[in-house]
Write a protein that binds this ligand. Structure first.
Ligand SMILES: Nc1nc2c(ncn2[C@@H]2O[C@H](COP(=O)(O)OP(=O)(O)O)[C@@H](O)[C@H]2O)c(=O)[nH]1
Ligand SMILES: [Mg+2]
Length: 237
């Protein structure tokens, strides 16, 4: 059984967005994780929309539906708006050999995200890509960590080429979104319980007031009877 996007409706499905400048490695990261492939010649103008992968996390099986965007600002704007609002996680990718792609997260991508109002439980992560190119590195892991900590989220260095930290990164995200999901489920459950309790309380109050009314009525009618009977019974013939 599945919905229009091929989601298995039996499992929780978490929607994860990969965003960042063109050529930072979004498509390669997605393909490394979902198909365990990598190509040096992958055309960075191509995007693959989304792919899904089932993962085991914290004793649960969940589906990650991972969305890739082309990095083309205009197309991103057209496609992304509707997809932001129900995203469970947004990963901000930058290329560690390209300072501009890092700066653009602060100046452009974060702005875009906040404009499109993702849900308050949406998890964020800052991801440095191409960490196999360490000799060309211009953004240090410390810079990445400091920036992520300002955003209140985690930072991770990855390489789609060498498969470094790619699965770990998605597992970290799956853990974060599952934690949020469980919190929401618990909140929903306790709200439901409280509503049921309120309903029972109200019903209980109704029964008590009915009983009270009934006993009041009984009392009143017996009083009335004794008032009526009393004069006759006390009358001497
Ligand atoms: N050395 C190296 N190159 C990478 C890595 N990931 C992607 N690339 C290269 O970077 C270019 C852009 O990758 P792509 O995934 O298309 O970027 P996108 O535009 O963000 O989707 C391609 O030529 C890839 O081969 C990586 O981990 N290491
Ligand atoms: Mg791409």
């Amino acid at each position: 059984m599945g919905d229009e996007y091929g989601r298995d409706t039996q499992l929780p499905v978490f929607k994860i967005l990969l965003i960042g400048d063109i050529s930072v490695g979004k498509t390669c990261t997605l393909l490394r994780f979902t198909e365990d492939t990598f190509s040096d010649n992958y055309s960075s103008s191509l995007g693959v929309d989304f792919k899904t992968k089932q993962v085991e996390v914290d004793g649960s099986t969940v589906k990650l539906q991972i969305w890739d965007f082309e990095g083309n600002q205009q197309r991103f704007d057209q496609l992304a708006k509707s997809r932001y609002t129900d995203a469970d996680a947004i990963l901000f990718l930058f290329d560690i050999t390209n300072k501009e792609s890092f700066d653009n997260i602060k100046t452009e991508w974060l702005e875009k995200v906040s404009q499109n109002k993702p849900k308050s439980t949406c998890c964020h992560m800052v991801v440095g890509t191409k960490c196999d190119l360490s000799s060309l590195r211009v953004v240090t892991a410390e810079d990445g960590k400091a920036f992520a900590s300002d955003m209140g989220c985690q930072f991770i260095d990855t390489s789609a080429k060498l498969s470094t930290n790619v699965a770990q990164m998605f597992n970290m995200v799956a853990h974060d979104v599952l934690t949020e999901y469980r919190k929401t489920q618990t909140d929903k459950e306790s709200n439901w319980r409280n509503t049921e309790k309120d309903k029972k309380k109200k019903n209980g109050n109704c029964v008590i007031s009915l009983l009270l009314k009934e006993s009041q009525a009984n009392f009143m009618s017996s009083m009335a009877a004794s008032i009526l009977v009393l004069p006759f019974s006390t009358c001497k013939p």
